[in-house]
Design a protein around this ligand. Structure first.
Ligand code: MF3
Ligand code: CO
Ligand code: CO
Length: 291
């Protein structure tokens, strides 16, 4: 259904929403978060990413909501599931690309034969749903089986990067303040920030201005204003920041095949800070794992 867009575009081309639009984002964000809560118990060694995606699709259908990713630029799945060194846009049901330790062959595109998770795999699951015309976009990290200390640290620092970015969100600060806080934290832990993908405005559309960079200089970029809706979704690497997209046209991997992590929230700027639309009702956004 087509609806007139609410609010107005500011001088930077960023939509400013009236207060009543927050309710729609709250409902959409909540459903995305509930979906990510639902899938947690199904992530274990032997589970296939295809089966996880099928559960996600069924969940949104049962809720009477739409998946925003099915049919988006030809994408055919209700989630992106990005395992180990897959940075983002991992395709559920497709064989998981071989990790550095699995790659005996020099062929960089050599893959595992299956999409089944193995003990110690870390994965990001990213879902976007549409509820009553509003978009909720969120992703988190999950672990199949036993988490390594190295990956535990990567996941912890990446979550901290997202939350430090969110702490910068208030009217009067800039988008550069968000990126600078994220970059400073990641690089302070000898990790790197992916430059090739960024967060984005959203609302009654999936991707809108601005590009929300996860690096930058304090005070740079557009000013934050009450009524802006956008995602922050830092991808943080253990190795170098460089990525490439595989021949399937979607799967983005780290060039050095070292592991990567990502967390994503959809948020709205309020008079004195922000509201996170995709908080986990079950408190599972950042679980604690046995290491
Ligand atoms: N949810 C992703 C984001 O955070 C976009 C996925 S688009 C898809 O912006 F087509 F790959 F699903
Ligand atoms: Co997003
Ligand atoms: Co997303």
């Amino acid at each position: 259904m087509h609806r007139a867009k609410t609010g107005f575009l500011n001088k930077d081309g960023i939509r400013i929403h009236p207060a009543e639009d927050f309710a729609g984002m709250r409902a959409a964000g909540r459903l995305a978060a509930e979906c990510l809560d639902m899938i947690a118990e199904h992530v274990r060694p032997g589970a296939t990413t295809g089966a996880l995606d099928a559960r996600i699709q069924a969940f949104f259908e049962a809720a009477g909501a739409e998946s925003a990713t099915i049919g988006y630029r030809g994408y055919q799945h209700a989630s992106c599931i990005s395992v180990n060194h897959v940075v983002c846009h991992g395709i559920p049901g497709a064989p998981v690309p071989k990790s550095a330790s699995e790659t005996m062959s020099r062929d960089p595109e050599k893959r595992r034969e299956s999409d089944a998770l193995k003990d110690g795999d870390i994965l990001n699951i990213d879902v976007t749903c549409i509820v009553d015309g509003w978009f909720g976009d969120s992703s988190r990290m999950y672990v199949a089986g036993q988490l390594s200390r190295r990956d535990a640290r990567l996941i912890r620092v990446t979550h901290e990067c997202l939350m430090l970015g969110i702490e910068q969100v208030k009217p009067g600060n800039t988008f550069g303040d968000i990126g600078a806080a994220i970059q400073r934290h990641a690089e302070g832990h000898r990790m790197t920030v992916v430059r090739d993908f960024c967060g984005h405005g959203l609302g009654q559309v999936f991707h809108a201005p601005p590009n929300v960079l996860h690096y930058g200089r304090p005070g740079s970029g557009p000013m934050l204003e009450e009524g802006m809706f956008f995602t922050i979704e830092p991808m943080i690497n253990l190795g170098k920041p460089f990525t490439k997209v595989l021949a399937d046209g979607w799967t983005a991997v780290t060039k050095d095949k070292k592991n990567t992590a990502q967390f994503e929230h959809s948020i709205g700027v309020t008079a004195d800070g922000c509201e996170i639309f995709t908080l986990s009702p079950a408190g599972k956004f950042y679980p604690t794992w046995d290491v």
